[in-house]
Design a protein around this ligand. Structure first.
Ligand code: AMP
Length: 282
């Protein structure tokens, strides 16, 4: 497995692979990799001849009062995980390599879509995500790119960007990977102290409750999200940002829970903001 820090190195390697007729998968990450990221890498290794993992803590997707500076990093362990799962190339550029001093071009969806859910508290987040993912697409030129359903709004936004900008890249969504007790794996889980870690289970419990209500035939978004909120509000360390049902493609609010609807939440546990969700299957 190679590690490249320069854009030109990636371009040259991918050009060679493409000349040999090989397909390329891209797994974009911000590092501090865990089994959630691992599941994306595995899927790429399964579906593509070559897999590129990008490890880049992207400053443009963090707001001024967010956790860019404290975000966990461990590139040595990231490399080991990538290697053990069969990745071929890790792209680990510096901020200067990605943006230069005078970068001033953004890729932004200007509909209501990025203003919903996480966009309400993180107004510039999805502009940063679209910009960096778009750059990674231009640099790596992959056939397929892999994203987790844990960040469901991000996945929907990337799909929309790919449609709107005519990227000839297949976007592959991968299921949420959870800890044994249900908490969705996240690099940010490392912020939780022992007490908060216990409290964080209210998210996955709310997901379970919501899903069970839907499976029993409940179609009212209001009823299901209210019950989920009640469950979370019983946890003293939890503060709800949102629990909402939205159309799985447009991210706009819906009243009825039918196939394709996303029920998503963001909840602060102490100072740590965690997200979780489920999709209505039938
Ligand atoms: P991040 O490093 O947090 O930007 O995440 C990189 C990619 O890994 C994104 O596509 C995430 O949705 C995905 N991911 C993160 N955590 C999980 C998880 N628990 N299960 C599945 N995918 C995940």
């Amino acid at each position: 497995m190679k590690v490249a820090v320069k854009i030109d190195e990636i371009r040259q390697q991918v050009r060679e692979w493409k000349q040999q007729g090989l397909t390329v998968g891209l797994v974009p990450t911000m590092g501090y990799l865990h089994e959630g990221h691992g599941s994306l890498i595995k899927k790429s290794v399964e579906l593509c001849d070559k897999t590129v993992v990008s490890v880049f803590l992207n400053p443009t997707q963090f707001g001024p009062n967010e956790d860019l500076d404290s975000y966990p990093r461990d590139f040595e362990s990231d490399k080991e995980l990538c290697q053990s799962l069969g990745a071929d190339l890790v792209f680990h550029p510096s901020v200067e390599e990605m943006y230069g001093e005078d970068a001033s071009t953004y890729v932004e969806i200007v509909s209501e879509m990025p203003k919903q859910l996480c966009g309400k508290t993180r107004p510039i987040h999805f502009r940063g995500v679209c910009t960096v993912v778009s750059k990674l697409f231009n640099i790596v030129n992959p056939d397929k790119a892999f994203f987790g359903e844990k960040d469901a709004q991000q996945l929907a936004i990337i799909r929309k960007m790919v449609r709107d900008m005519s990227y000839g890249i297949e976007i592959v969504g991968c299921p949420i990977v959870r800890e044994a007790d249900g908490l969705a794996k996240s690099s940010r889980n490392t912020y939780l102290n022992e007490e908060e870690r216990k409290a964080s289970l209210c998210l996955s419990r709310a997901v379970k409750l919501g899903r069970e209500m839907v499976e029993k035939g409940e179609e009212s978004a209001e009823k299901v999200t209210s019950e989920m909120k009640n469950l979370i509000n019983k946890e003293p360390l939890a503060r709800i940002d949102y629990v909402q049902a939205v159309d799985g493609v447009t991210m706009l609010p819906v009243d009825t829970l039918k196939k394709g609807v996303l029920v998503a939440m963001a909840v602060y546990i102490g100072n740590t903001r965690l997200i979780d969700n489920f999709s209505v299957k039938e």
